[in-house]
Design a protein around this ligand. Structure first.
Ligand code: PLP
Ligand code: ZN
Length: 401
């Protein structure tokens, strides 16, 4: 291979980097493949610059990426694990990791001469597309399920997107975006596997982890997954670095889902290869509430990456996710949304299953900010309202009596 191209992950056909949403022969998922022999980079940051589909095309930069890596010493102590690092993806400019894939998707859109974008999203992708479209001077049509948290809807509206709520689960928005992209010539930047370029943005966290950890790759990376492009993209980044620098080991990828929408986890637990759709997803963690209705093959794709990495998939109850959300707040001072907290819930689950060794080095991808979904941020007690002169009452509140 002598150039960057698209490869069908099902039939292995290759194509130029054109505007494809699936393999024209077999409808399989497409991914970008590079001629790694031409890459000269020796750091993660340099690889990030080189291994992208359109390195010479103009894009829009909003300050995305280069998120902090935060050592979680209290969690290490509590869980008895040697090292836990939290990758602060919620620190991206629109408040979630989606800025990475969307930046790449928008760049592809500009490259192909588009002025109008469409995205189906559970809210975070919507906000990211709205922000990047505004900055790029593009129009954004944003389809979100009716259950999307108001914070994410308002964020997208304030950023001037054309926001439309679609009845039913996320999959309905997904299917509609796919149809409208074709009939209305909108560029589809939905951040699943439909746009092969967005996953290239998801690789960013992997390259940064390499640099932030001075080349010491973690043993396990926990990723909340809907369809799973973030997990697949992160693994792709590590696989590319591994072949560039002839390293044999890549981190185990752990996919965490909610019990009420456990497409991939269910197939993993049943030792099946084919993922089944969930018709009525039911979870407080809306970001990972994608039932994959009509595109279960996306989950199958993610599952095969999880297995090949030596990782596992699991489903956590909403109560377990909310508990993890509180622990991240009380032990590490971080307020993330429930979908993000699922990563910690997954780690706790694997610790219980004995799948984590005491000497392991763990990374959790904290994907979305807590302010994005205030309704699900359960307050453990009521806020007292006290008269301004009522020192006695204030003292009682402080002392907890
Ligand atoms: C906060 C959050 N975490 C995780 C995910 C799941 O990501 P993926 O689409 O890569 O499966 C999403 C998706 O919207 C999300 O919003
Ligand atoms: Zn194919």
């Amino acid at each position: 291979m002598s150039r960057t191209e698209l490869i069908c992950t099902s039939c292995n056909s290759s194509f130029n980097l054109l505007e494809y949403y699936h393999c024209p022969y077999c409808k399989g998922i497409l991914e970008v493949r590079y001629d790694l022999d031409r890459v000269t980079a020796s750091t993660g940051d340099a690889v990030k610059q080189e291994l992208q589909p359109f390195p010479f095309s103009p894009g829009v930069f909003m300050g995305e990426g280069n998120t902090s890596l935060i050592r979680a010493k209290c969690l290490e102590k509590k869980l008895g694990v040697a090292r836990i690092d939290l990758k602060g993806e919620f620190m991206n400019p629109s408040g979630s990791f989606k800025d990475r894939p969307v930046a790449m998707g928008v760049k592809a859109g500009i490259h192909f001469g588009h002025k109008r974008l469409i995205v189906a999203s559970s809210g975070n992708g919507a906000a990211a597309v709205s922000a990047f479209a505004a900055k790029a001077g593009m129009e954004a049509v944003v389809l979100v399920p009716e259950s999307t948290p108001q914070e994410k809807v308002s964020q997208s509206m304030f950023l001037n997107a054309n926001v439309i709520k679609i009845k039913g689960p996320y999959s309905n928005s997904f299917t509609l975006a796919k149809i409208l992209a074709e009939t209305e010539s909108l560029f589809n930047v939905t951040t699943t596997f439909i746009n092969p370029y967005t996953v290239e943005g998801d690789k960013g966290a992997a390259f940064e982890l390499h640099d932030q950890l001075n080349g010491y790759w973690p043993d396990q990376i926990y990723v909340p997954i809907g369809a799973g492009p973030l997990l697949v993209g992160t693994r792709k980044g590590f696989m590319e670095m591994a072949s560039l620098w002839e390293r044999e080991y890549t981190p185990r990828m752990i996919g965490v889902q909610a019990r009420g929408c456990s497409t991939v986890a269910e197939a993993y637990e049943r030792k099946e290869d084919q993922v089944q759709e969930v018709v009525v997803p039911k979870t407080i963690a809306g970001g990972i509430g994608d039932g994959l209705q009509g595109y279960a093959k996306d989950g199958t794709h993610t599952l095969s990456h999880i297995r090949k990495s030596g990782g596992n998939a699991m489903a956590i109850t909403d109560a377990g996710i909310l508990e993890a959300q509180h622990e991240l707040a009380s032990l590490e001072g971080l307020f993330v949304e429930p979908s993000a907290a699922a990563a910690l819930a997954g780690l706790k689950h694997n610790v219980e299953l004995g799948k984590v060794r005491a000497e392991d080095h763990i990374v959790l991808l904290l994907t979305g900010h807590g302010l994005k979904d205030m309704a699900s941020a359960e307050m453990k007690k009521d806020i007292p309202l006290v008269g301004e002169h009522d020192i006695k009452r204030i003292m009682k509140v402080i002392k907890g009596s």
